[in-house]
Design a protein around this ligand. Structure first.
Ligand code: 8YV
Length: 322
C-alpha cells in the first residue's frame, strides 16, 4: 500500500503521532498553533487525508478550496458541527469521527460539573486558596443535594446514557428528551421518563444536562423562551456544544438569579466566553475538557488511524458519517 499523505492540523498525543509517522506520509503540526484557512489549504496540497479537530472551521468555503487530492476528512473528535457536511458531500469527501472512545470520560466530566456547581466547589476552593476561610460554620457555603433530584437529559444517546447511569448512582431520577424514545430496555434500566415535549420537561427538572449534538436544529435549542421555562433552582450543565444554548441569555438569567447555577465545559465562540460569566459565582467554567484524558485522546487517535487505513484500503470506515 502506498503511504497516504495525511495533514494533521493540531498536535496529537505522541503515540498517535508516532504511529502516524510509521504508517503514513504525515504532515504534523508541531507548534500546535491553530492553522488559518490559507494554511490548511496550502498544507493539504497533494494530501488525500485531512485530520482536523473542533478548533478548525471546515466551512463550505474551505471545503471548496481544498485541493482535489483530498478524499477524506478524518476528524479527531466525535462532534462534527465544525464541518460543513453538505459541502463535503457535494465534493464527495468522506467524513469520519471518533465516537464511543470518549463516552465515559465525557460523562465523568459532566457529573464533575454537576457536583461542582451543586456543591459550590470552585467557590469553596477559592476561599481556601485566598486564605479567607475562617473555619466550619453551620450555614457556610450551603449547596444542593443531587439525591432524589430530577435530572433532565437533552439527548439520551451514548454520552447522555453514560451520564444517566452515573446519575442513577447518585440517586437521581432520570427525565429525558429525544426526538424518539429510547428502547424499553434502556428506559427500564434507567427507570427513565420520556418527555416528547422539551418545554414541558424543562419546567419540571432540578438539573438539566445537554448531551445532544449541535446541528442546525439544535442551535440555540435553549433560547430565551426555553430558558425561561426552567425553575429558579435549576442547575444547567453543558458538556456538548456551546451553541446549543443562547450563551448571552443564559448569562443574564444566571446573573438575575432566574436560574440557580451552571456548569459549562463548552461555549458558543470558543475560546471566547461571554464576559458576564466570568464574574458570576454560581457558574463553573471549564475549558472544553470533556474528553481530556490520556486514555480518551490516545483512543481517539487510534480511531482516526483505523478510519484512515480502512478508507485507503478501499473499505467503508467504521465511523463514516458521510
Ligand atoms: C474533543 C469533543 O476533544 O469529541 C468531541 O466532540 O467535544 C471533544 O471532547 C474535540 O472535539 C476534539 O476535536
Amino acid at each position: 500500500m502506498k503511504k497516504p499523505v495525511v495533514l494533521v492540523t493540531r498536535k496529537l498525543p505522541k503515540v498517535t503521532e508516532n504511529r502516524m509517522q510509521n504508517l503514513f506520509n504525515v504532515r504534523l503540526n508541531t507548534s500546535d498553533r491553530v492553522m488559518s484557512f490559507e494554511e490548511i489549504i496550502k498544507r493539504s496540497e497533494g494530501a488525500s487525508v485531512v485530520v482536523p479537530t473542533v478548533t478548525d472551521e471546515i466551512n463550505a468555503g474551505l471545503v471548496s478550496a481544498l485541493p482535489s487530492t483530498v478524499e477524506i476528512i478524518a476528524n479527531f473528535g466525535a462532534g462534527v458541527n465544525h464541518i460543513d457536511l453538505a459541502a463535503t458531500t457535494q465534493r464527495n469527501i468522506c467524513v469520519t469521527n471518533t465516537p464511543d472512545v470518549l463516552t465515559e470520560d465525557t460523562a465523568d466530566l459532566t457529573i464533575a460539573l454537576m457536583l461542582a456547581a451543586a456543591r459550590r466547589l470552585p467557590e469553596g476552593c477559592q476561599i481556601v486558596k485566598e486564605k479567607l476561610w475562617g473555619g466550619w460554620a453551620p450555614t457556610f457555603l450551603l449547596g444542593t443535594s443531587l439525591t432524589n433530584k430530577k435530572l433532565g437529559i437533552i439527548g439520551l444517546g451514548k454520552i447522555g446514557y453514560a451520564v444517566a447511569v452515573r446519575a442513577r448512582c447518585f440517586g437521581m431520577q432520570i427525565y429525558y428528551h429525544n426526538r424518539k424514545p429510547v428502547s424499553e430496555f434502556i428506559m427500564a434500566k434507567l427507570d427513565a421518563t420520556y418527555w416528547p415535549s422539551l418545554n414541558k420537561m424543562l419546567a419540571e427538572v432540578d438539573f438539566l444536562s445537554i448531551n445532544c449534538p449541535q446541528t442546525t436544529e439544535t442551535h440555540h435549542l435553549l433560547d430565551a423562551e426555553r430558558l425561561g421555562k426552567l425553575q429558579k433552582h435549576a442547575i444547567v450543565i453543558n458538556s456538548a456544544r456551546g451553541g446549543i444554548i443562547d450563551e448571552a441569555e443564559l448569562a443574564e438569567r444566571l446573573e438575575k438569579g432566574e436560574i440557580a447555577a451552571a456548569g459549562l465545559d463548552v461555549f458558543e465562540n470558543e475560546p471566547e466566553i461571554n464576559e458576564k460569566l466570568f464574574n458570576l459565582k454560581n457558574v463553573v467554567l471549564a475549558p472544553h475538557l470533556g474528553s481530556a484524558t490520556n486514555e480518551s485522546r490516545v483512543a481517539m487517535g487510534a480511531r482516526v488511524i483505523e478510519n484512515i487505513i480502512s478508507f485507503v484500503s478501499g473499505q467503508v470506515p467504521k465511523d463514516k458519517i458521510y
